[in-house]
Design a protein around this ligand. Structure first.
Ligand code: NAD
Length: 388
């Protein structure tokens, strides 16, 4: 008998306006002096100001760190950590995309520890941390509901995967209204990240009945709404659907693991600064095509649940359709290949061995239905370089 181990935030508030419940949640958790961790855009667009007004109306004491950068690094985390320690904060409130959420998560676990973040990358299990309240503004990484943080090591340029219960937010306020400001590209990239979470969680060797149901629901919702959310940014029902599905995608992958797509994507982000969801999307059709034969029934189910195939098609036809439709989705959402993205060809091909090594070290490829060797990962990187 195998038992699935499921971890979730203790408090989940979901729906328009959920972020306004922050003072209530802080009270419930008994937090008296949190550090709000966010990025400069949240200051510029007024989201931080509104959050501060809510905290002040409730008479709460707090600090603000607003210098998070996209794809946080060990250096950028250190700045936030220093501020946290200086003012004796008792928890973190993360406001922003996955980068702000992961910065806050790193602060919450490093505040209890000595030594740099690299000491705590996988396979290390980070069991404890100070309370994290996550308010995502992208739909998205799902980081608000995952026991994961991704931090780039400034010294080695490795995008490190860090895992453990200490990184799981105690509360997540999932408010789709905060995503209405996302421009086309960000909506597409973050939505494709969520789609990969759901699809990878479903085909993962660590999938279980709990994650299966959440992953399938998320993937159907994302596939049905992503084009609308991109083309009609003020469409509230598409935004609401995408936000919920992003959190569900996070829950699914955090409890079932991601697979080869994410394993290969992190080194691309570290090396070429491609936005995370975009590098996933560049890999999605090719890695799926390479993997389908090892788990044809599961990939066929993905094809059917997203409405790409009906029951009249057998599994082989359904997975062929899946690969074709994923390519079409990338085309519709203007996902470039690495060459079109503007990466220098020699730099791409010179980096492949190193990227393959980093992908394998993260452990994610070992969860894939078809487990790749280093050479096979290199071949896949070569294939996606100019794939149409
Ligand atoms: P991000 O946090 O890097 O943000 C990208 C840009 O979008 C920033 O400039 C930000 O200010 C802006 N932005 C955020 N919300 C916005 C909004 N509502 N309107 C307009 N602009 C907005 O983007 P992301 O894709 O959410 O996060 C990516 C990071 O998350 C990567 O480092 C990735 O590795 C990590 N990640 C973490 C997990 C996890 O479980 N911890 C999962 C997947 C990805």
């Amino acid at each position: 008998m195998t038992t699935a181990n499921i971890n979730l935030p203790r408090i989940l508030k979901v729906g328009g306006g959920a972020s306004r419940e922050l003072p209530l949640v802080l009270g419930t958790l008994g937090l008296n002096n949190p550090l709000v961790v966010t990025d400069p855009f949240m200051v510029e667009c007024g989201y931080l100001e509104r959050l501060q007004a809510d905290l002040e109306d409730a008479g709460l004491i707090y600090g603000v760190f607003s210098d998070c950068i996209p794809d946080p690094t060990t250096d950028s985390v250190t700045s936030a950590l220093n501020q946290f320690r200086d003012k004796n904060h008792d928890g973190v409130v993360a406001l922003g995309g996955g980068s702000s959420l992961d910065t806050a998560k790193a602060v919450a676990i490093l505040a209890l520890r000595d030594g740099p973040m690299r000491d705590y990358k996988v396979p290390y299990q980070i069991d404890t941390g100070l309370p994290i309240i996550a308010i995502p503004t992208t739909a998205g990484t799902g980081s608000e509901a995952t026991k994961v943080a991704v931090i780039t090591d400034t010294e080695t340029n490795e995008k490190m995967l860090c895992m453990g219960l200490g990184l799981m937010p105690v509360a997540a306020l999932v408010d789709f209204e905060l995503t209405l400001t996302m421009p086309y590209r960000l909506t597409a990239d973050t939505g494709l990240d969520s789609l990969c979470h759901a699809l990878e969680a479903y085909v993962s060797r660590k999938a279980n009945p709990f994650t299966d149901s959440v992953a399938l629901t998320a993937m159907r919702t994302i596939y049905q709404n992503i084009r609308t959310a991109c083309e009609d940014p003020e469409n509230r029902s598409a935004r609401e659907a995408m936000m919920l599905a992003a959190t569900q995608g996070g829950i699914a992958f955090s409890n079932a693991s991601v697979t080869l797509i994410h394993g290969m994507s992190r080194p691309m982000g570290a090396m070429f600064h491609i936005p995370h969801g975009l590098s996933n999307a560049m890999l999605l059709p090719a890695v799926t095509a390479w993997s389908v034969d090892e788990s044809q029934d599961r990939y066929a189910k993905c094809s059917r649940i997203m409405g790409m195939s009906d029951d009249a098609k057998d599994d082989k036809q359904a997975v062929d359709t899946l690969v074709r439709e994923l390519k079409a989705l990338n085309r519709d959402l203007s996902v470039p290949n690495p060459a079109q993205y503007g990466i220098k060809e020699s730099k791409w091909f010179d980096s492949l061995e190193m990227m393959a090594e980093q992908a394998l070290v993260s452990g994610s490829p070992a969860n894939n239905p078809r487990i790749p060797s280093s050479d096979e990962i290199v071949d896949l990187y070569k294939q996606v370089w100019a794939e149409q």
